[in-house]
Structure formats: structure tokens, C-alpha cells
Write a protein that binds this ligand. Structure first.
Ligand code: PPS
Length: 557
């Protein structure tokens, strides 16, 4: 049986109708990053046969048995989630202008369906869990809008990309290239990670095994939070490309938003690759998996079941490991008894990068490692934020100043102090002390700190920051780029009040100042501060020393 249809089936063309007609007067929805990825793949035909965002009937059948309402195999919902407020003004039959964050009209949606999904049930069915540590479940339950709009999408202008423009292809462009190059059999390799020697071995073997050319097809839309950024990865892929025999292999970038949906997502990946004109698709261990939600070979099993219906052949691959005695990579199952197997996990690899430790040649290529070291310097070259929190008068500013001076004395990084009072003067002068305003204030500080950290500097922040969730959000924002050290200056309220350096506590008690932290407004104690300082038995100098030691221990100094 030959289940291979060279260069895919029919592609959907969503640009065939003039979607821009009267678009100026339509209600506008600004697409978020995930929705922009989805619409790009809808519009360029990578999601063929979908013609738009799913309606309720498709959505429900996809969740129940991985098929569209008409029976076509389709594993995951592709839906447009919007806010309740926006949905209230849109009924089936209406048209909606879909725009990018700059306001550029990308497409028009002809709304055919509007409904409120049961998002927990969706999470369970689509991803097999309700656990919000799964990134797609987190999006679904914590970030997505509560109403879905479904309907046909009329393409106006594909989302633009200024990076790696020559490496981006629509399915039609890719198919045209394959046919121009005479590539009748093409095996695609999906990845969201930098590629090392094991990946080269897998792809090389796969291509040889099925006598096909190779398409390295990395995802550069949205991947798992914490993954290595796509700019660095693409530069690595470009280095690696030179290691393949000439004219056998090509590289193209896919602007997909991954859900980390394991087996169901693997099925989606296969459909997309078929649409791109590939005849074979490599499925490795734990394909598109995250955490322990899916078995390591579950994706392979599912795809094998649907292979003939899919119209793309699956090339399953076991994990490749390096056998020291043979000095070569072999599939795990081919390791003989007594042989020494070497392997570096993704986590271990990142640890070595972070600490500037050696990464041996058997694991990767020097040019790939050098590329990654440029954008992922060891911790002692990364930026960091020291975030003080505590009551007014607790001593935050005094310790922050002492710390700043000591860090300047050490040298090597720029140091910026974002003190509570200073920020209120320069950044937040229009804000008061309501919960809403305090949150805006802290988020501004967090944003500035994350930019400083990203640029390799040190940000020392010293606001009261009374709310746990806001501090948590700032931690998340900064940690993406470097270190985040929370310091709780835990001076007791009685001490702060007794000191009352600015006379504010007296005013707060007298009711002259309203919403005063600790008196008439809450302070939520930190649960995960890296350091807690009791100024009653610790001088500012000693406190700053403790912080320096902590920074040392964490590897930042
Ligand atoms: S917050 O909650 O983090 O936004 O507060 P922050 O910007 O750090 O507050 C800075 C200083 O404002 C003075 N101040 C008050 N603090 C708390 N509550 C009320 N209502 C208030 N009104 C004025 C206070 O002196 C804070 O400075 P520090 O340095 O913490 O004493």
C-alpha cells in the first residue's frame, strides 16, 4: 500500500474573497500572540481543511472524538476566545475585523457561532488534565476569554515577520520549492529546541531509512514557556544545516502556537506537515509532551493508528543515546549489555549553560554551543533584580542604598535603584494608594526591572508592594530574563510605627492619611522570599552583606 500523496492534498485559500470590504466600520478584535499564530496558519492553508475558527459543532466533535463535524480527522480545537464585553456586541451573522497589536487588519471573521465553552471540560478532553501547570490548561483556564466566536475567516493581510523572512514559507511556497528541487519524498522534523548531535543523528537516519529529503521545520510561534528563544535557535539550526550532505536538507520556520498537547498535538503536527507537502513525519519520544501528562510513546501509538487516514507516513524514533565504547549515537533499544551510555537532558544542558560549564563535543557542535552561550551567558554575566518588600518605614530604602553602593564597588554591571518614593515621583506621580493604583505602580516597577535585567544590569526595587499576586507576577516577568531575589524586610508594624520617621503612621492613625499599609490597608506577607531581614537585630550593612552572600550562593556574583 502506498499511502503517500506527494505534496499534500488540496490547500484552503482564505484570501479568495475580499475580506477588507467595509472593514473600517466593523467591531475590531485585537488578536493576542496565540491567536495571531493560529490565524496565520489558518490563512496560509497550514490548517487545511479548516476555513476559519471552529464553530460549536466542530469544537464539540473534535473534543469528543478528534474529528470535525463532517468526520475529518482533527485533534485539537482552533477557536477564537474573546472577552464577555466584546462578545456582547457581536451576534451570529455579524462580521468582525481581526487586527494585530498595531491595529493592522489581518482578516475578517464572519461570525457563525457564539458560545460559552466549559473550559475545564475542554482542558480535560483536549489535554487529558485540568492541572494549570500544563501550559495550555493555564492559557485556557487563566488567560483565555470566556466566549468563543466561530466562523469563516476572510484573509486580508498575512501577519508580517521581520525576522528570518527568507526562512519562512507558506505551504504553497514550500510545495513549489519541493517540486522545483525534484524532492518527491520529504521527511519533516518538528522541534522547539536547539538541535544537537542526537537530533542530527535522528534526522539523518530517518531520511536514509525512508530515502527522503529532509525538512527541518522548527516551531517559532509559541512554544513551552522557558524554552530557548527562537532567534538563538534559528541561528543554531543554520549552523547545523551545514553538517548535512549538500542538497539533502532544508530549513523552514513554522509560526505555530504549540499547546504541548502530546499525542493530540502530534496528530496536528502531522496534518500541518502533510499540508506543507511532506510525505513523512518524524515522531520521537514524548512528542510535544510536557511534564508527565503523556506516556513517552503515546504520540507514536496514536499516529500509527491513524497513519493511513492521515495521508502522511509516520517515522517513529526511539531516543538516541551516545555509546561511549562505540563513540556513536544509537537508538536506546540498540544499546548492548555492558555499554556505557552518555546523555545530557535538556535540564542538565541548561544548567551547564547557566553555570558556564563544559559541554562536550559528543553532545553538540562547538558552533552551536558558542551560539547558545552568546545569548545564554552564565549566571555571573546575567542581569538580576533584588526586590525589597515591607511596610513603610521598615528600612527597605536604607538597605537598598547600602546594597547599591556595595554592588557598584564590586563593579561589572550597571545598577539602578527603583526606590518606592523615587518611583512615585518620577514614574507614578499620578497614582494614589488604592489597590488598583498600587498594582499599577508595582507592575511599572516590574516592567522597568525586567528590561534592566534583560539588558544585563541590576535593578534594586524598594516599594512596599503589599500584594502577593502582584509580586508573583513581577517575579515571573523578571525571571524570564535573569535572577529575581525577593527580600522581605520584616520589621514589625509596632517598630515601624514607633520609629515613624516621616510622621505618616501618626497621620494614618488620626485618619488624615487613608488606606495606609498596615494600619488601614493590608500587607500580605511573602511566602517565598529568598531572604527575610529583621532590622531589629541586623544593621543595614549586615543586611546588605547577607544579600550579597545570597547572590554569591545563587551564582550571580
Ligand atoms: S506601593 O503600595 O508599593 O505602591 O507603595 P509605595 O509606592 O512603595 O509607597 C511609597 C511611599 O508612599 C508613602 N505613603 C504611603 N504608604 C503606604 N500607604 C499609604 N496610604 C501611603 N501614603 C503615602 C510612604 O512613605 C511610602 O514610602 P516608604 O519608603 O515605604 O516609607
Amino acid at each position: 500500500m502506498d499511502l503517500i500523496r506527494p505534496h499534500g492534498g488540496e490547500l484552503i485559500d482564505l484570501f479568495s474573497i475580499d475580506g477588507a470590504r467595509d472593514a473600517r466600520d466593523l467591531p475590531s478584535w485585537d488578536l493576542n500572540a496565540r491567536q495571531l499564530c493560529d490565524i496565520e496558519l489558518l490563512m496560509n492553508g497550514a490548517f487545511s481543511p479548516l476555513t476559519g475558527f471552529m464553530g460549536k459543532a466542530d469544537y464539540e466533535r473534535v473534543l469528543a472524538d478528534m474529528r470535525l463535524a463532517d468526520g475529518t480527522l482533527w485533534p485539537l480545537p482552533v477557536t477564537l476566545d474573546v472577552s464577555e464585553a466584546f462578545a456582547a456586541g457581536v451576534e451570529p451573522g455579524a462580521r468582525v475585523a481581526l487586527r494585530d497589536p498595531e491595529g493592522v487588519l489581518v482578516a475578517v471573521l464572519e461570525v457563525a457561532d457564539k458560545w460559552q465553552p466549559h473550559r475545564t471540560a475542554e482542558a480535560q478532553k483536549a489535554f487529558g488534565t485540568k492541572d494549570v501547570t500544563h501550559p495550555a490548561v493555564d492559557y485556557l483556564l487563566n488567560r483565555s476569554g470566556p466566549v468563543y466566536l466561530g466562523g469563516r475567516v476572510l484573509g486580508v493581510e498575512a501577519p508580517s515577520h521581520y525576522d528570518f523572512a527568507t526562512l519562512r514559507d507558506t505551504p504553497a511556497e514550500m510545495r513549489a520549492k519541493f517540486s522545483k528541487w525534484g524532492w518527491r519524498r520529504v521527511v519533516a522534523f518538528q522541534t522547539r529546541n536547539p538541535m544537537h548531535r542526537a537530533h542530527l543523528e535522528i534526522t539523518h537516519r530517518a531520511a536514509r531509512q525512508v530515502e527522503a529529503n529532509l525538512l527541518i521545520h522548527p516551531v517559532v510561534g509559541l512554544t513551552n514557556p522557558g524554552d530557548i528563544d527562537h532567534y538563538s535557535r534559528v541561528r543554531c539550526y543554520e549552523h547545523l544545516l551545514k553538517r548535512y550532505p549538500e542538497q539533502t536538507t532544508t530549513l523552514s520556520l513554522l509560526h505555530l502556537a504549540m499547546r504541548m498537547g502530546g499525542p493530540r498535538e502530534a496528530l496536528l503536527h502531522a496534518i500541518v506537515r502533510k499540508n506543507y507537502g511532506c510525505t513523512h513525519f518524524i515522531v520521537g519520544r514524548d512528542h510535544a509532551g510536557v511534564g508527565d501528562y503523556y506516556g513517552p510513546y503515546e504520540a507514536q501509538e496514536l499516529l500509527a493508528k491513524f497513519e493511513s487516514e492521515l495521508g502522511i507516513a509516520i517515522v517513529p524514533f526511539e531516543m538516541m543515546v551516545f555509546v561511549q565504547e562505540r563513540a556513536e549515537y544509537v537508538p536506546m533499544g540498540e544499546v548492548r549489555e555492558g555499554e556505557t551510555v552518555l546523555n545530557i537532558s535538556g535540564t542538565e544542558f541548561r544548567r551547564r549553560l547557566q553555570q558556564g560549564l563544559e559541554i562536550e563535543d559528543w553532545f553538540s557542535y562547538p558552533e552551536v554551543v558558542a551560539e547558545l552561550r552568546k545569548t545564554h551567558p552564565p549566571k555571573n554575566k546575567q542581569g538580576f533584580t533584588v526586590f525589597f518588600t515591607g511596610l513603610s518605614g521598615a528600612g527597605k530604602s536604607t538597605i537598598a542604598n547600602a546594597l547599591m553602593v556595595k554592588l557598584l564597588e564590586l563593579g561589572g554591571r550597571s545598577v539602578t535603584l527603583l526606590d518606592g518614593d523615587l518611583v512615585r515621583k518620577h514614574l507614578s506621580s499620578e497614582l494614589g494608594f488604592s489597590k488598583k493604583h498600587r498594582d499599577i505602580n508595582i507592575r511599572r516597577i516590574g516592567y522597568v526591572a525586567s528590561e534592566i535585567t534583560k539588558a544585563g544590569g541590576v535593578a534594586i526595587c524598594a516599594p512596599i508592594a503589599p500584594y502577593r499576586q502582584t509580586r508573583r507576577d513581577v517575579r515571573e516577568e523578571v525571571s524570564e530574563f535573569g535572577g529575581f531575589i525577593e527580600v522581605h524586610v520584616a520589621t514589625a508594624l509596632e517598630t515601624c510605627e514607633a520609629r515613624d520617621r516621616k510622621g505618616l503612621y501618626a497621620k494614618a492613625r488620626a485618619g488624615v492619611i487613608k488606606e495606609f499599609t498596615g494600619i488601614s490597608d493590608p500587607y500580605e506577607e511573602p511566602e517565598q522570599a529568598e531572604i527575610t531581614i529583621h532590622t531589629e537585630d541586623c544593621s543595614p550593612d549586615e543586611a546588605a552583606q547577607r544579600i550579597l552572600l545570597k547572590l554569591e550562593a545563587l551564582g550571580y556574583l
